[in-house]
Write a protein that binds this ligand. Structure first.
Ligand SMILES: Nc1ncnc2c1ncn2[C@@H]1O[C@H](COP(=O)(O)OP(=O)(O)OP(=O)(O)O)[C@@H](O)[C@H]1O
Ligand SMILES: [Mg+2]
Length: 685
């Protein structure tokens, strides 16, 4: 087997004879899981599992979080209390850690969330005013009814005592008419209030969503790479969902409920200060508990969100690496990891549940007691002549009317809390500083020049150590070197994906990272073996590179990469939907779509990072034609494992340990008798 063949085989493509070995992993992809057998010898898989087993790590859920089952009531209670405090501390630590995250995605601080919500509401001032006004009017109309009924009681008592039964009946009749009128007025205002609050919720939500999508799209690529995809997915799914529930429903309802509560209290006091005392005292007690709750709940909810991210991250990793997990016998590790994540999440959920239970217990007491107390006080007051029957009736009705909105207020404030926690996580995405700032200078030519390039993924650990590289227009430069020497990193710097730590990469005299992204794409493009087909039509997928392209241009690009034939045979041609759940594409065809996209973007320089090495040789050979169409007439930097690519290049750069060790044509380097010559001899022998 020649060197070239073995490279292909180890990258996962089955060769014609279906040789055993690592290739087998790719071969069995379609076989049902139940019959899947690890290609590793049992001894190796067992050894791998043992290595993981022997790793000591702290338990995900410490024993203190599991209080003793058999102990006295007192001991159990104090253990439960200690557990609650421990959960609280874990939540605080979690939030402190995430706030200071150096990698991954941070969360925003409270001031930013307040500014964000304030900003959203101030854009919709008119709607906010109409929500407040319509609700205030609806509440006032509703509050007049108990007052009217109270006065009716007093006047009826007076009339009956004076023997004026007819007058009492007439009074009752006219009061009934007024009450009916008020109910109609209240309904009309409530309708207007609900409508404006729904419109407010939806339009605030739309603006918030746009802002978040914008923040995600401008995340520096380097930061996206270092963050876990599970976290990003959780934020854009669960957190957006929670935020939208809170914006659409909880926030407007909280506004409505607080207006109603305040107006009811005012009405209550104006009816009888004495009879409003029980409600005011107990509500203050409840508010005290609500404040305690609000002081703790946000951290609890943030931790909860974080634990969902962790569950998703583990799941994604397990699914993506399923074959490796099975091959290395790590199934039970992944299962345990999943169980631990769920346990940790359960603990976080229980913490917020305990907080809610404590809150609602106090709320229930504060809810029921005032009714009894108003009756008692009313009875005493009536006997002593401090209160009339009418005032007592009104006070009871107000007490009943108060607790509905108050309960709603607490409930919605709780949901708003959850929404704020999610918003904090979402806004965290926006706090990641951009890694580039577009300048006004535009390139004067296509020459790509890299000077003194250094780059570190982790501070203090450079993987490139001062690389200088000039590309002449139209040349083909091959980059070769051992694995991990920094070839791909150099490729990313040369294509402007990362900015260098020191030095610069310029095109026509302008730094790549100071070009707007859409312009950058038309100067240099990086082609890797990762190609992505987005959900959308074939046309959408191709025009991504240059919006506004005509169908003829799209067809031309597809023809250039040999894809037009099969695209036209698809059920709906250019309009056929691609992506998961729609028309499936083979890796070769997906790569062709990616190449057509580049033809349309038309960059003068292309950096290839082993673009076809994961594709099986037959498809790769077929793709070569498409690839050549893309490369003709452009400057090409090809990062290559196969030395025949290097042999055909104008110049070859040998990168070793982050430095260019040799640079020259194939013949020059072979003559130099250095690293390249040794590699070439090994390759061809
Ligand atoms: N995202 C990353 N985070 C941290 N370190 C990284 C990252 N990507 C690469 N490295 C490290 O940087 C060094 C250079 O890696 P790079 O991928 O550029 O090498 P390479 O020459 O392309 O290797 P290969 O031939 O295996 O593709 C390696 O030590 C690698 O471990
Ligand atoms: Mg690489």
């Amino acid at each position: 087997m020649s060197r070239a063949d073995s490279t292909v085989a180890t990258t996962g493509a089955p060769d014609a004879a279906g040789a055993p070995g690592v290739t087998g992993i790719a071969d069995t992809t379609d076989v049902a899981d139940a019959t899947w057998v690890s290609p590793l010898p049992d001894v190796l898989a067992a050894e791998s599992a043992r290595t993981w087993d022997s790793a000591v790590h702290a338990p995900a859920v410490p024993d203190e979080l599991r209080p003793p089952q058999s102990a006295s009531v007192g001991e159990r209670l104090s253990a439960l209390h200690r557990r609650h405090l421990l959960r609280e501390r874990r939540a605080q630590e979690f939030v402190a850690d995430t706030m200071n995250a150096r990698t991954g995605l941070p969360i925003a601080d409270n001031a930013r969330v307040v500014r964000f919500i304030g900003g959203l509401l101030s854009q919709e001032r008119l709607l906010v005013v109409s929500v407040v006004l319509a609700n205030a009017l609806a509440a006032t109309a509703g509050l007049l009814v108990p007052r009217l009924l109270g006065e009716l009681v007093d006047s009826t008592v007076a009339d009956v005592e004076a023997g004026r039964v007819d007058a009492a009946l007439a009074g009752a009749n006219s009061a009934a008419l007024v009450v009916a009128g008020l109910v109609v007025v209240q309904s009309a205002f409530t309708f207007a209030a609900k409508m404006s609050s729904t419109v407010l919720g939806q339009s605030v939500l739309a603006t918030a969503r746009e802002y978040i999508v914008h923040a995600i799209l401008r995340l520096p690529l380097s930061r996206v790479e270092s963050a876990s995809s599970g976290d990003l997915v959780t934020r854009v799914t669960r957190d957006v969902g929670t935020m939208s529930e809170s914006v659409r429903w909880a926030l407007p309802e909280a506004i409505i409920a607080s207006i109603t509560v305040v107006l009811t209290l005012v009405a209550m006091v104006s009816n009888s200060p004495l009879l409003s005392l029980p409600s005011i005292v107990l509500m203050s007690l409840a508010l005290f508990q609500v404040r305690r709750y609000l002081g703790r709940a946000p951290k609890g909810y943030l931790t909860e969100g974080g634990t969902y991210s962790r569950i998703n991250t583990t799941l994604t990793e397990t699914v993506e690496g399923a074959r490796t997990v099975e091959a290395l016998g790590l199934t039970h590790h992944r299962l345990r990891r999943g169980d631990e994540d769920i346990e940790v999440s359960g603990q976080a959920e229980r913490y917020t549940m305990t907080l809610r239970n404590l809150l609602f217990a106090v709320m229930d007491i504060a809810f029921s007691l005032p009714r009894v107390l108003v009756l008692l006080l009313g009875a005493i007051g009536y006997a002593q002549g401090w209160a009339t029957l009418g005032q007592i009736t009104t006070a009871i009705l107000y007490t009943e009317a108060l607790w509905g909105p108050f309960d709603m207020l607490v409930h919605t404030v709780d949901r708003v809390q959850v929404g704020i926690a999610s918003t904090t996580r979402l806004l965290g995405i926006a706090t990641v500083p951009p890694d580039r700032e577009a300048g006004a200078d535009r390139p004067t030519g296509p020459e790509l020049v890299g000077t003194d390039l250094r780059y570190a993924y982790r501070a203090g650990h450079d993987v490139l150590h001062g690389i200088d590289l000039d590309l002449s227009t139209g040349e083909r430069l091959a980059i070769v070197g051992p694995s991990g020497s920094g070839k791909s990193t150099l490729g990313r710097l040369l294509s402007g994906i990362h900015g260098p730590r020191t030095g610069s990469v310029t095109v026509g005299g302008v730094e790549l990272t100071s070009l707007p992204l859409d312009q950058l794409r038309t100067e240099v493009a990086l082609v890797t073996q990762e190609h992505h087909v987005f959900i959308g039509s074939v046309r959408d997928n191709v025009v991504l590179a240059r919006e506004g392209s005509t169908d003829d241009e799209v067809r031309e690009a597809l023809r250039a990469v040999d894809a037009l034939d099969w695209v036209e045979r698809l059920p709906e041609g250019l309009d056929t939907k691609l992506g998961s759940g729609h028309q499936a594409l083979t890796p070769g065809r997906a790569q062709q779509i990616a190449l057509a996209r580049l033809i349309l973007a038309d960059p003068h320089t292309i950096v290839l990072d082993e673009a076809t090495s994961l594709i099986d040789p037959r498809t790769a050979r077929h793709l070569e034609g498409s690839m050549n169409a893309l490369l003709t007439g452009r400057t090409v930097v090809a990062i290559a494992h196969r030395l025949h690519t290097a042999h055909d290049a104008d110049r070859i750069a040998v990168v070793i340990d982050g430095r260019v060790a040799e640079l020259g044509s194939h013949d020059e380097l072979v003559e130099q008798e250095g690293e390249y010559a040794a590699l070439w001899r090994a390759w061809t022998s």
